[in-house]
Design a protein. Structure first.
Length: 438
């Protein structure tokens, strides 16, 4: 009963948002006029109901109302639903020869606004609804203690899921298979399926994002196979990633130019020396390239560091673990700001245009760090390094060097264009709020 009520609430909210979006789009489209833009014939909501029905149907097909996804996965499924709905609606309008009645610009605006507004309203509505304990799904988590603790923390911190740990009166079960034999896993599944309609199995292989894998069914022998690809080695994906980089740079170009001018002025006024800092870094296929950054240090930086380490020897141990100094005396006042906001890496846009780097990717490692990459070196250097990446939005300087490497490898194994988009959005958040940066 609770599940039915919750589904009904979310469907009603989405219908309300889609109807409101119709009137908002009508207002915007009615004010768009131009020489090459046809006059807008006002639509009635009755003639647009089929569009709303198609959109809701696609979101239901993506299980948005029945499965509690993480925000970014649900946003991806919403975007996918809206895009497919858009194509279907345009096809129906064309086939029914009603393109003179339905403005294609109106339809395009409607779905474009939906890409922004629907995920936003989802977030706001779930924040309110899941604040009531009645609507939270009670979850039992069994298996490996480390993973159990991780999921407990995730369900506590990630309110968007609307879940909470409960080892007595639970609605569903998560089974962590790490450390279990095949027989033990099967026993656990059968045990909990006797009481509950579904269970969630957490694979013991955690370095692969199975959400991006294809599941193949071999019905004759009752076996499944998971297809795992290194997607950043597929030429088509390499081109798509580069096009994404260029389009993103062009969209932000006016802002980049203004920011660049302001930073140049600030550096010039703050300290003596060149605006740019250039350093040889490890690149794709183990080829070195010249990496550009804004200068953030004083010109006599070597002497300053030597004197500082003599007085603060504990900083040497900190550098070995994190590859950063807590209080680096070489950094200028403007340099501290640039590093906190990650704006010191802005000139690497030049490296992206030169095909040395990508917007998103592994860190461009220094030559002296080559040996520290260990067995993962060849794997990491198979792709172009990035201005930002997974480790930068996952704790940054709070992570050890070893943990950074693990995140780099995870990113390469599980790359997707959507993942790049999510990392880019999170990077903007890191820059604005300076989370995890020094």
């Amino acid at each position: 009963m609770k599940k039915f009520i919750l589904i009904s609430i979310f469907v009603i909210i989405d219908i309300t948002v889609l109807v409101t979006l119709f009137y908002l789009t009508s207002e915007i489209r009615g004010n768009i006029d131009g020489l090459y833009i046809p006059k807008f014939n006002t639509l009635s909501l009755n003639n647009f109901i089929f569009v709303i029905f198609i959109t809701i149907a696609f979101m239901n097909y993506e299980n948005i109302y029945t499965i509690r996804y993480d925000f970014w996965q649900e946003t991806y499924k919403i975007a996918k639903s809206l895009f497919l709905s858009y194509l279907i609606v345009l096809a129906l309008i064309t086939l029914s020869k009603t393109s003179m009645v339905y403005s294609r610009l109106f339809i395009t605006l409607y779905f474009a606004l939906g890409m922004l507004i629907i995920p936003t309203m989802k977030r706001l509505s779930k924040k309110l609804i899941y604040s009531f304990s009645f609507f939270k799904k009670k979850v039992l988590i069994v298996g490996d203690k480390k993973q159990v603790d991780m999921f407990k923390k995730e369900f506590k911190d990630n309110w968007y899921l609307g879940m909470k740990y409960d080892d007595k009166d639970y609605d569903t079960v998560f089974i962590s298979s790490r450390g279990m034999s095949v027989e033990e896993v099967n026993q656990e599944i059968i045990k909990y399926l006797n009481d509950k309609s579904s269970v969630y199995l957490v694979p013991y292989v955690t370095s692969i994002n199975f959400a991006n894998s294809n599941i193949l069914e071999y019905s004759n022998i009752r076996y499944n196979a998971l297809q795992i690809e290194n997607k950043l080695l597929i030429k088509r994906n390499i081109y798509i990633k580069y096009i994404f980089d260029i389009v993103t740079i062009l969209l932000f170009m006016p802002l980049l130019i203004i920011t660049h001018i302001l930073i140049i002025i600030a550096i010039r006024l703050d300290s003596k020396g060149p605006v740019f800092f250039k350093q040889t870094r490890l690149g794709k296929d183990n080829k070195n390239f010249m990496c550009y950054k804004y200068r953030t240090m004083h010109e006599n930086s070597t002497k300053l560091l030597e004197d500082y380490l003599e007085q603060n020897p504990e900083e040497i141990a900190n550098y070995k673990e994190f590859h950063k100094y807590k209080n680096d005396p070489r950094i200028t006042r403007v340099g501290k700001f640039l590093r906190k906001t990650s704006l010191d890496e802005l000139p690497q846009v030049i490296n992206v245009l030169k095909l040395d780097m990508s917007l998103i990717g592994p860190r461009p490692y220094m030559i002296k760090e080559s040996c520290k990459l260990g067995d993962n070196k060849d794997f990491i250097l198979k792709v172009r390094p990035g201005i930002t990446g997974l480790w930068q939005v996952s704790g940054r300087n709070n992570l050890t060097f070893k943990k950074r490497i693990e995140l780099e490898v995870w990113y390469i194994k599980n790359w997707s264009l959507w993942a790049d988009f999510v990392i880019l959005v999170k990077t903007i958040k890191v820059v604005l709020f300076r989370n995890g940066a020094r």
